[in-house]
Design a protein around this ligand. Structure first.
Ligand SMILES: [Zn+2]
Length: 292
């Protein structure tokens, strides 16, 4: 994935050292205070470190999205395929409708999908605030059914709903800040502050890894797809296809989505629990901006 919203964000937080008026010790205090006040709970009840607020993550993601779409447009890589556009709009719209029903605060997110003309790349993503991209290779190379595409979009939307962007940014921020403060304090020969900074960095390292976030997005995504009226079995078959493709050439999706051996089994085990979520009538698609 060519997109690096985290590094864009960090540059804003970390001006060059000479321009930073805050002392190293103050930085440590800021980090620790933020840590103490920055733990929140995800939609599945998991504790999350959050020193970057979801609002900041959304604002920064908006900037990154505009730039990404502009770059894609410059490279003439925005897809012009009305039939595929309608299909993605309908499926994603129903998944988003289920998301908004469940999480009403997302009703005013800028739900949008950029359709990327890249038949070789198997990828999709959703940033904080509901800004998404779907690569044509995802649909074509995996020959996705509507149910399977709904599960992919449910998974990606869930990363945004569960504030995974803000969480990753918080982790990166804390890690980099800890290292920066450690370097500064080493210069000033202040071992007490160094140990505090080292602690801050260590805390970041020992946080739940991305596999935890992936499992969370798997479960939430399946729920959304089912609430949107799609077959829960699609979550399992899409991973089978992903694995088969990975044998010849690993899809881009797998490089950003760790694929433990038991992932498909975990999803299969969830199917039974989904029965009560099936709607009598699928929701009407929520309005989505298709960027092309
Ligand atoms: Zn994921």
């Amino acid at each position: 994935m060519r997109l690096h919203p985290i590094s864009l964000q960090l540059d804003r937080f970390f001006p060059k050292r000479a321009a930073n008026p805050v002392s190293g010790r103050s930085c440590v205090l800021v980090v620790l205070l933020a840590f103490v006040t920055g733990c929140v709970t995800s939609p599945t009840g998991r504790r999350q470190l959050m020193i970057v607020s979801p609002e900041v993550a959304i604002a920064e993601s908006a900037n990154a999205y505009v730039q990404t779409v502009r770059d894609l447009d410059d490279e003439d890589k925005l897809l012009d395929d009305p039939a595929l556009e309608r299909r993605v709009e309908e499926i994603t719209g129903r998944v988003v409708a289920a998301a908004v029903q469940r999480y009403p605060h997302t009703a005013d997110w800028r739900w949008s999908v950029a359709l990327v003309d890249d038949p070789q790349t198997v990828n999709a993503w959703c940033m904080a605030g509901g800004r998404m991209a779907v690569y044509s290779g995802l649909i074509l190379r995996l020959e996705l059914t509507d149910d399977e595409l709904a599960h992919i979009m449910g998974h990606e939307v869930s990363h945004a709903l569960a504030n995974h962007t803000a969480e990753r940014m918080s982790l990166a921020l804390l890690t980099r800040l800890g290292v920066a403060v450690a370097a500064r304090e080493r210069d000033e020969n202040n071992p007490a502050a160094l140990s505090a900074a080292a602690l801050a960095a260590q805390v970041a390292i020992t946080l739940p890894n991305s596999r935890t976030a992936e499992s969370e997005a798997d479960r939430m995504g399946m729920e959304l797809a089912v609430r949107a009226g799609y077959d829960p079995a699609g979550a399992v078959s899409v991973w089978r296809k992903m694995e088969a493709l990975g044998e010849s050439r690993p899809p881009e999706f797998l490089s950003s989505h760790p694929s433990p051996d038991n992932r498909r089994a975990e999803l299969a085990a969830l199917i039974e629990q989904m029965g009560t979520l099936v709607p009598a009538v699928p929701p009407q698609p929520y309005p989505i901006d298709i960027v092309n």
